[in-house]
Design a binder for this molecule. Sequence first.
Ligand SMILES: [Zn+2]
Length: 113
Amino acid sequence: MTDHDNIPDRDAGINGYQKIDRYNPELIKNLSAHYHEVLKELGENPEREGLLKTPERMAKAMLYLTHGYDLNAKDILTSAMFKEEYSQMVIVKDIEVYSMCEHHMLPFLARHT
Ligand SMILES: [Zn+2]
C-alpha cells in the first residue's frame, strides 16, 4: 500500500464524535492561508464566525478530492484479484468514476455502464 496519511479515514467518526484528522498539518496550514485570501478576494469576511474554519475545511476538501494522486491503481486493482474456477469472460459494470476537471478544479461523477 502507498502512504495514505493525507486521506481522511472513513471510520474516523464512528466512535462518538472523536473524529481523527489524518492530514499533513503543514500542508493544511499553507492551503488554508491561500483559501483565506480567496474568500477575501470574493468579498467575504473570513473572520466572521461562520467562516472561521472554512479555509481549513476548503483545504481538507481539496486534499480529499485529490487524494487519488497518492494512490497506485495497480496496487488497488491487484488487491481485488482472487482464484476462481470460472473461465468465461467477466464483465464489471456500473463503475463510478470520481474526478476533477483540470480546467476549473470542479469535481464530477461519471458512471461507466
Ligand atoms: Zn471545467
